[in-house]
Design a protein around this ligand. Structure first.
Ligand code: ZN
Length: 299
């Protein structure tokens, strides 16, 4: 038998090819040309810190070449007293960031567990508050009255007391973070260790960001505290604010404390964050890219 003449199929084949080319053309037209990069590397770390009461402002600089899904970092401070709160936070399976005070009974073990679970650890660095000495920052606290050598020595001990840290945020510090000289000492030490700084922003007059900029330390600023008021409705309202800020600005940083009410509110809020399409990411993921002098994951 003679094979089917090839020209019997060719009209169909031609039609198919024509359709394929048309589809390809439409696809190319939709994705081409690529969006031009916006503001790459411009003005980076000069972004103003977030200040309470203002509208959405950047808490760090961003490489805006593409729009990632909204992201939040949720930092839990004051950890190390016991293991129960850290274990409950780890059980959420979320990328919570754990900030551990030095020299507490379970500081070391908390950091080890968090690191083993693959989550981020910060040193929660105690600093002098305005209400000192009525209110004390605890063991390892940096005080305004310390001379530079004493400050440096205390800082070395504090940084060595919590393993696996990739950054630092201040515990209290409404007095010390207003002082340029001790903050310069702090930032020099962080720069030498390739650590970043999160300003907990316990005073509107903090000079932490300026000091970090000068020392070349990557920095971030806390947007909101979750539990200054520990009533369940108040904490839930703070989570609402966190969601709004993440949706309008693309990213947001919250700090909470291991109070039972805050842990309850977190567990209730996580499904709402997911429904809103917001990802909980390690704090280090929100660091500015491009301007940073090193990658936070580098050794
Ligand atoms: Zn604290």
């Amino acid at each position: 038998m003679a094979s089917r003449p090839p020209n019997r199929l060719s009209p169909r084949l031609a039609l198919f090819l024509l359709a394929a080319v048309a589809v390809l053309a439409v696809v190319v037209a939709l994705v081409w040309p690529p969006v031009a990069p916006v503001g790459m590397g411009a003005g980076g770390g000069e972004a103003p810190p977030a200040v309470a009461g203002g509208g959405p402002v950047p808490s760090a600089s961003f490489d805006a070449t593409e729009e990632p899904p909204p992201r939040v970092a949720i930092v839990f401070d004051d950890l190390g007293r016991d293991l129960a709160a850290a274990d409950r936070l780890l059980a959420t399976g979320e990328a919570i960031t754990f900030s551990v005070l030095p020299f507490l009974p379970h500081s070391q073990e908390t950091a080890e567990r968090v690191h083993a679970a693959g989550e981020g650890v910060l040193l929660h660095l105690p600093m002098e508050p305005q209400a000192y000495p009525r209110l004390r920052p605890g063991r390892g606290g940096l005080l305004v009255a310390m001379d530079e050598a004493t400050l440096r020595g205390q800082l070395d001990e504090d940084l060595a007391a919590v393993p696996f840290i990739d950054g630092v945020n201040n515990h209290m510090g409404s007095r010390l973070t207003e002082e340029a000289t001790p903050m310069a000492v702090v930032m020099e030490a962080l720069a030498a260790r390739h650590l970043f700084f999160l300003d907990s922003r316990t005073t509107p007059h903090s000079v932490a960001v300026e000091a970090a900029e000068r020392a070349g330390v990557p920095w971030l600023v806390r947007d909101l505290f979750l539990d200054n008021d520990q009533h369940p409705e108040a904490i839930a309202a703070q989570f609402d604010k966190l969601i709004d800020l993440a949706l309008t600005r693309g990213h947001a940083i919250a700090i909470g404390h291991p109070h039972p009410a805050t842990l309850d509110a977190l567990e209730a809020a996580l499904p709402r964050l997911h429904e809103a399409g917001i990802a909980v990411v390690p704090l280090a993921d929100l660091l500015p890219r491009g301007e940073a002098m090193w990658s936070p994951s580098s050794p």
